[in-house]
Design a binder for this molecule. Structure first.
Ligand code: 3HC
Length: 331
C-alpha cells in the first residue's frame, strides 16, 4: 500500500512535467533522508502541505483537551484528578510545540488561531464526540492516544526537521497518556458489574470513531501520495489503521471487553485481524461540522479566546511600555 502511494506520487511528479533543477535537488535530499530545515529551499507545495497538516495537528491537541476537561471536576479520586490534569496540560504543550513548528513555515500563530476559531481549519474528527461517563476518559487514553501514538511514531522520522523533533517529545508523553487510560479501564473492568458495563458502553461508542482518526481509506486519500513522496507520510492510512486493530484486540481481551465488530476475526494468512466496514458517511459528516459536538467545541474555543482578551491586551501593553523605554539602538 505505502509503496503504491510512493509510486503514485512519483508518477504525479513525472506527469507534472520537467521539474526544475532546484525541485530535483529538493526531492533528491528527501529521497536521501536529509532533513529539511526552515531556512532550506523548499517547494511551495511542500510548505503548504506541512502548514496544513501541522496546524491541524496543533488544533487537534488544543481542542482535544475539551472532551477530557469535562471530567476534571468529577474525577472519582484525587489521584485520577491529578493524572487527568497532568495529561490535559501535556496536550496544551503539544499544541504549542506544533504551532511553533508550523510558524517556522511562515504562518503566524494569529492566522492559525483565526482559522480554528472561524471553523475554517480542521482538527481531528475524534474530538467531536461527547464524553458521557468516566469510562470515556479511559477510552480516550487507551484508544485515542493509542491511535495518536501509532500515527505519530512514524512522524518522528518525517522529512521536516522541526515537525520530526517535536514528535519525539510528544510521543514520550503520549505513552503516559495511553498507559493511564488503560490503567483506568483496568480498574473499572476489575470493579463492579456496573463499572465494567460502563467501560463496555464507552468502547461501543469510541471504537469506530477511533479507527476513523487515521483518515479516509487509502483510495480516497487526496494527500497521501504526495505526502508519501515528500516523506511526510511514511505509512498509509490503512496500514496504520490495521496496526491499531492488531494492537487493540488482545488488549480488549485482557480487559474482558468486546470490540463492537462482529466481523472481527484473526486472518492467519494475512497475519492481521480482518475487521468490518467503517461507516465513512459518519466520518465525512463529522468533517463537514455535523458531528455530535462540533458546534460546542468551537463555541468553547471562541469563548476561551474572548475571555482571554484582557490578558492578551495587558501583556501587549506591558510589552509596548518596555519597548518604549528601551534606548534606541546605536545606528
Ligand atoms: N479528522 C479530521 N480531518 C481528517 C481526518 C480526521 N481524523 N483524517 C483525514 N482528515 C482530512 C485531511 O486533513 C484531509 O483534508 P484537507 O486536505 O482539507 O486537510 C482529508 O481529510 C483527506 O485525508 P488525507 O488522508 O488525504 O489527509 P492527510 O494525508 O493529511 O492524512 C492524517 C490525514 C492521517 C490525519 C494526517 O493529516 C496526519 O497524520 N496528521 C498528523 C497527526 C494528527 O493530526 N493526528 C490527529 C490527532 S492528534 C491527537 O490525537 C493527540 C492526542 O494527544 C490527543
Amino acid at each position: 500500500m505505502y509503496a503504491q502511494m510512493v509510486e503514485t506520487g512519483a508518477a504525479r511528479l513525472r506527469a507534472a512535467g520537467e521539474l526544475s533543477e532546484q525541485e530535483h535537488a529538493f526531492q533528491a535530499r528527501i529521497d536521501a533522508g536529509v532533513k529539511i530545515e526552515p531556512k532550506d529551499w523548499m517547494t511551495e507545495g511542500y510548505r503548504k502541505t506541512l502548514i496544513r497538516q501541522i496546524s491541524q495537528h496543533a488544533h487537534s491537541e488544543i481542542v482535544g483537551q475539551l472532551p477530557e476537561g469535562n471530567w476534571v471536576t468529577r474525577a472519582p479520586t484525587l489521584k485520577r484528578k491529578t493524572i487527568l490534569l497532568a495529561k490535559i496540560q501535556d496536550e496544551a504543550g503539544h499544541g504549542l510545540y506544533l504551532y511553533s513548528a508550523a510558524e517556522t513555515l511562515g504562518i503566524s500563530r494569529d492566522q492559525m488561531t483565526t482559522d480554528l476559531l472561524s471553523g475554517k481549519a480542521k482538527y481531528s474528527s475524534i474530538f467531536n464526540y461527547p464524553t458521557l461517563t468516566w469510562a470515556d476518559v479511559g477510552m480516550i487514553g487507551w484508544l485515542v492516544d493509542g491511535a495518536a501514538i501509532i500515527n505519530q511514531i512514524p512522524l518522528c522520522r518525517c522529512s521536516y526537521g522541526p515537525y520530526a523533533r517535536a514528535m519525539i517529545r510528544v510521543c514520550k508523553e503520549e505513552a503516559f497518556h495511553a498507559r493511564q487510560g488503560y490503567d483506568l479501564l483496568m480498574s473499572l473492568c476489575k470493579g463492579t458489574v456496573e463499572q465494567k458495563e460502563m467501560a463496555q458502553d464507552a468502547l461501543n461508542r469510541w471504537w469506530w470513531p477511533a479507527l476513523m482518526m487515521f483518515g479516509p481509506p487509502d483510495q480516497e486519500s487526496v494527500n497521501s501520495a504526495q505526502s508519501a513522496q515528500w516523506k511526510i507520510k511514511l505509512f498509509s492510512n490503512d496500514e496504520l489503521r490495521q496496526r491499531m486493530v492488531d494492537q487493540c484486540v488482545p488488549q480488549a481481551e485482557y480487559l474482558g471487553l468486546t470490540i463492537p465488530d462482529p466481523d472481527l476475526k484473526w486472518n492467519a494468512e494475512r497475519g492481521h485481524y480482518d475487521f468490518g466496514a467503517i461507516d465513512w458517511s459518519e466520518f465525512y459528516a463529522v468533517l463537514k461540522g455535523n458531528g455530535p459536538c462540533n458546534r460546542e467545541r468551537l463555541a468553547v474555543r471562541n469563548k476561551a479566546w474572548d475571555d482571554g482578551a484582557w490578558f492578551r491586551e495587558g501583556m501587549q501593553a506591558n510589552a509596548d511600555k518596555h519597548l518604549k523605554r528601551r534606548p534606541p539602538k546605536a545606528a
